[in-house]
Design a protein around this ligand. Structure first.
Ligand code: C2E
Ligand code: CA
Ligand code: CA
Ligand code: CA
Length: 278
């Protein structure tokens, strides 16, 4: 009809205005979330495939919004990155994790290594540099290796002097570096050699379709062989089935993370999984 396009257009803008409104509200609320103590860190176990032991965990932030309830990081991390709030949030996550690590140690729990996600934005304009992070660790008497920093390939792609020096400071202070979502970005294999990478995480998109007959099996096997040749340990993300677990173990994958083993857990619940030492 004559007005069809126009109606379509106005419907479209109305929908977009709605999305923009929700976004704006979230952005406002995000500013108050830190002060309002609305964030919580969950821990997802990372299992050593050869022994079945929980060797590590990944710290994953949760936002308990007072009205909307639990909001997924997939929905608010991008906003936090655009607004720069991610730097304060990232520092809070780090502080929260190291205090938790010290508490578990004081409780006589077995040692565990925690991975913390670090956004590319934090490398650009983080408020705290790594000497502060090292200072926090050593103030609590924790070794650098208790923390692994997860970065994405895009950080390495920048290849800037700033990134390079921040990564080497991290590394020299004993923290470990893990390359997240491997295989989804502009993977340049040269990175693996150029930077001090300790772990590589095979992205869950490769793991989710993993069966005896899939091409993904060949991909996973190749990634594992390559990483091992370079002295890098491999963690498979998003392991959901026993078949995937068995195939990854047969392929020599070092660690697995996914719903098959456990979903992300509140700190108290994860702490219960840690054995008492001695
Ligand atoms: P990511 O770093 O790739 O984290 C893995 C995501 O996969 C998590 O989603 C986890 O809950 C989910 N997952 C784990 N096992 C399975 C599985 O078996 N199947 C499926 N389908 N999913 C699984 P989550 O917790 O919603 O986090 C989403 C993303 O938000 C993270 O992806 C990370 O990029 C970001 N994020 C989370 N916490 C932080 C943080 O503290 N700082 C920063 N900068 N980003 C964070
Ligand atoms: Ca991650
Ligand atoms: Ca990942
Ligand atoms: Ca991801």
């Amino acid at each position: 009809t004559k007005n069809g396009g126009r109606n379509g257009f106005s419907y479209f803008t109305a929908a977009m205005q709605e999305v923009a409104k929700i976004r704006m509200r979230l952005t406002n609320d995000l500013h108050n979330a830190l002060a309002g103590k609305q964030f919580e860190v969950y821990y997802q176990p990372i299992v050593e495939l050869a022994t079945g032991k929980i060797a590590k965990a990944e710290a994953l932030i949760r936002w308990n919004h007072p009205v909307a309830g639990l909001i997924s990081p997939a929905n608010f991390i991008p906003i936090a990155e655009e607004t720069g709030l991610i730097c304060g949030i990232g520092d809070w996550v780090f502080q929260n994790v190291v205090q938790q690590l010290a508490a578990w140690r004081d409780d006589g729990k077995s040692e565990v290594q925690i991975s913390i996600n670090k956004s590319p934005i934090q490398f650009q304009n983080g408020t705290k540099d790594h000497s502060d992070w090292h200072a926090q660790l050593s103030a609590l008497g924790l070794p650098g290796e208790s923390v692994v920093i997860e970065i994405t390939e895009s950080v390495l792609l920048e290849n800037s002097e700033k990134v390079r020096s921040q990564l080497s400071k991290l590394y020299l202070g004993g923290m470990r570096i893990s390359l997240d979502d491997f295989g989804t970005g502009y993977s340049s294999l040269a990175y693996l050699q150029k930077f001090d990478i300790d772990f590589l995480k095979i992205d869950q998109s490769f793991v989710s379709n993993l069966t005896h007959t899939s091409n993904n099996l060949a991909l996973c096997e190749a990634i594992i062989v390559l990483a091992h040749r370079l002295g890098i340990k491999v963690i498979a993300e998003g392991v959901e089935t026993e078949e995937q677990h068995v195939l990854l173990k047969q392929a020599g994958c070092d660690y697995g993370q996914g719903y098959l083993f456990s979903k992300p857990l509140p700190a108290v619940e994860f702490g219960r999984l840690l054995h008492a030492t001695s």
